[in-house]
Design a protein around this ligand. Sequence first.
Ligand SMILES: [Zn+2]
Length: 110
Amino acid sequence: MNCWTNWMTINRRSSGSMLRFLILAIVVYIFYRALKKWMIGGGTDVDQHRSSGSAVDDVLIQDPVCQTYFARRDGVHLRHEGRDLYFCSQKCRERYLQGDNPPDDQIGSD
Ligand SMILES: [Zn+2]
């Protein structure tokens, strides 16, 4: 079979392993840079979060699907029919989108 012989020839080319080594070196370099950036940027990230974390983000809201209360900043956001909705988890968000939610007049009528 010609096909088999061709495959063997390609597989045995030394340029292939050289290229693989080059790619590996690049991947290691990128990984090293990302790690360094993450280690340096870690502190600033916390500060940013603290300064931007206003009181509004800490407000407790109720999940329209499972009626659980949670901090809005921990919630899963959904923009639905012009309204901003927040859910305790992706699961509840999906359940809401599937129509498994209480009637509209029960939401925000407190
Ligand atoms: Zn929920």
